[in-house]
Design a protein around this ligand. Structure first.
Ligand SMILES: [Zn+2]
Ligand SMILES: [Zn+2]
Length: 168
């Protein structure tokens, strides 16, 4: 990778109770502020400004990112292999390609069908967010100092803010 993208100087600026789809349970999420740079051979050359993003405090992923392909996408792949299998049985002029397709596409179809039937149902973020209790910590989860009320709840020690969860 010659040209790249790096985040520097990560700082937790806020936290909130959230639901992490990757972990599958309610988690505390951290809002992390970073300085982003375009990098050339890992050397930062061009500043892209500050970025704030929410990450799960346990797995470090975007808590609202779907970990699996949605069911509709899985069924689309199943349908693709079903049509391809049918196409291979109708036949092509090329005998080798036809037999290759007759073996590979049905195998892929059955594997994908089994995966789709067995994989977990889609998680509806909106429902899961209803389960999250609003934050009621008296102390900062990062440094343990007391939270004080000034423009919203804020840690008196490290300054991180406690944010309400947006229902989106
Ligand atoms: Zn997580
Ligand atoms: Zn703190």
């Amino acid at each position: 990778m010659v040209l790249g993208f790096s985040r520097f100087d990560p700082k937790v600026v806020a936290f909130r109770n959230d639901f992490c789809l990757s972990c599958g349970v309610p988690r505390r999420a951290h809002q992390v502020k970073t300085q982003n740079f375009l990098t050339f051979l890992l050397v930062p050359i061009f500043p892209l400004g500050n970025q704030r993003r929410w990450v799960c405090s346990v797995c470090n992923r975007n808590p609202h990112a779907q970990p699996n392909l949605a069911k509709i996408g899985q069924w689309a792949i199943v349908a693709f292999f079903a049509i391809s299998s049918a196409g291979a049985w109708i036949g092509l002029d090329d005998v080798v390609a036809t037999w290759f397709g007759r073996i590979v596409f049905p195998s892929a179809f059955f594997l994908m069908l089994r995966y789709t039937l067995k994989s977990k149902p889609d998680v509806h973020l909106r429902d899961k967010l209803q389960e999250v209790s609003p934050g009621d910590e008296a102390g900062c989860p990062l440094c343990g100092q007391a939270l004080i009320l000034q423009n919203g709840w804020q840690c008196s020690g490290c300054g991180v803010k406690r944010m309400p969860l947006r229902q989106t």
